[in-house]
Design a protein around this ligand. Structure first.
Ligand SMILES: Cc1cc2nc3c(=O)[nH]c(=O)nc-3n(C[C@H](O)[C@H](O)[C@H](O)COP(=O)(O)OP(=O)(O)OC[C@H]3O[C@@H](n4cnc5c(N)ncnc54)[C@H](O)[C@@H]3O)c2cc1C
Length: 391
């Protein structure tokens, strides 16, 4: 896609000059430094730790962390553009930024004590440490009010016991944001949030073999009678559910932005292929049925992008509780990314499955984002309940 193409014009239409420049700069860096490594990292199951660290001096690692803590605080829309462009080339690098900023950094910034902010935000902003969010449990991730990981108050702190699964970046993280309950019978009123040093005694991180994202260190994390100081508590005991809600609201924005990047990547790979691949004596892009797929890929991506940018603008304008809009953006964008990957594979024919082409890898990576940070079913339920006035 050239700079003055109608597609780029639409994607950039209501961005400021600075936001467009950030897009250009992140895209240039991502294509030059990250893209050439992705397939090899995936084959070798190697986590891109070094690449993630290199985002910090460029200001792309901590776009939501204020400068006072070493971040490069920018507006939410620009942060979305950063996530979009990183995800266009690599799910894992984009996820590391999204977890560190949206889920963990924002929670500390908003709900942490001055001491917690001072302890955790500077190393997160400089890339000295990475972050993981430990929310999902073996018995369920959708119903977070039913979590079993147990936090028990003890002298001068807490004891933490339980298991979390599918935890991205866990083996590399220097901070865990952990959700636990002080009393399972209290449902969401028992949920309590903690900031945990992963090197604490009693924590075991075991890699989870996955069908995709070999380069992501997805892991199970076990907490076996882990002793935490009272300074590990984020917010108040039994008042963690709103913190979790705010973190997921923020997370869903960045996940939606990442999905737009992935959907865009499928288009960017498919257009040149459809121009060059020939059948029946003509480029396949001249067949109407191929064109129909391309048209749908473009439309659903732009529709998702419009929702994501509008959500970002609402957040920049200080609108509180954009939960319905966050669900809408995340739902539409994640399904767009998956459908675009499917259409891209179909247009690539047999090469869609070849290791020499990227589109096959995109499919499962996109599908994970219809599951993570709220499944499509959960978001449809939330949107309908907001619409019906049940929330
Ligand atoms: C690659 C990857 C990375 C991940 N990274 C992290 C991470 O870093 N940290 C973390 O905490 N988690 C992470 N997850 C976990 C993810 O958030 C959960 O898988 C997700 O929340 C769903 O939980 P579950 O797998 O337990 O499914 P379940 O909750 O068991 O749901 C199973 C199915 O039932 C459906 N369902 C459940 N309730 C309802 C309902 N009320 N109405 C209709 N349908 C319903 C769901 O939509 C789903 O289709 C990751 C997952 C993946 C795939």
């Amino acid at each position: 896609m050239t700079d003055n193409s109608p597609l780029r014009r639409m994607a950039d239409f209501d961005l400021t000059d600075t936001q467009r420049q950030v897009r250009e700069a992140v895209r240039e860096f991502a294509e030059r430094e990250i893209l050439p490594t992705v397939e090899q990292h995936e084959r070798e199951g190697r986590y891109p730790r070094e690449l993630i660290g290199r985002l910090a001096p460029l200001g792309y690692l901590a776009p939501l962390i204020p400068e006072a803590y070493g971040g490069s605080f920018i507006d939410v829309v620009t942060y979305g553009v950063v996530c979009e462009e990183l995800a266009r080339v690599d799910w894992v690098v984009a996820s590391a930024v999204s977890v560190a900023n949206s889920l963990v950094g924002s929670s500390i910034l908003r709900f942490g004590t001055p001491e917690q902010r001072q302890r955790w935000l500077p190393p997160l902003a400089t890339g000295e440490i990475l972050a993981s969010a430990c929310l999902t449990e073996p018995d369920g991730g959708t119903d977070l009010s039913a979590m079993r990981a147990r936090a028990t108050p003890v002298d001068e702190g807490w004891r933490l016991t339980g298991s979390k699964v599918f935890i991205s970046h866990a083996d590399e993280a220097g901070i865990f944001l952990v959700a636990a309950t002080v009393d399972p019978s209290r449902g969401h009123r028992g949920v309590t949030m903690f900031l945990v040093d992963p090197s604490s005694d009693g924590i075991e991180v075991s890699p989870l073999p996955m069908r995709t994202l070999q380069r992501d260190n997805v892991a199970e994390v076990r907490f076996d009678d882990v002793r935490l100081g009272s300074d590990a508590l984020l917010g108040e005991s039994g008042r963690g559910f709103p913190i979790l809600g705010a973190a997921l609201d923020a997370g869903r924005f960045s996940v939606a932005a990442r999905c737009v990047g992935q959907a865009q990547r499928a288009i960017d790979l498919t257009l040149p292929y459809a121009r060059e691949r020939r059948a029946f004596g003509q480029p396949i892009g001249e067949f109407q049925m191929v064109q129909q797929k391309i048209a749908d890929m473009i439309c659903r991506t732009e529709a998702a992008r419009a929702l994501v940018y509008r959500l970002g603008r609402m957040k920049d304008a200080g609108v509180e509780r954009c939960s319905m809009e966050a669900s809408m953006a995340k739902l539409l964008a994640s399904e767009a990314a998956t459908q675009n990957a499917l259409d891209a594979i179909q247009i690539h024919g047999g090469y869609g499955f070849s290791m020499d082409y990227e589109v096959g890898r995109l499919l499962l990576e996109a599908k994970t984002l219809e599951v993570g940070e709220g499944t499509s079913e959960l978001h449809r339920k939330l949107i309908a309940e907001f619409g019906l006035g049940l929330r």
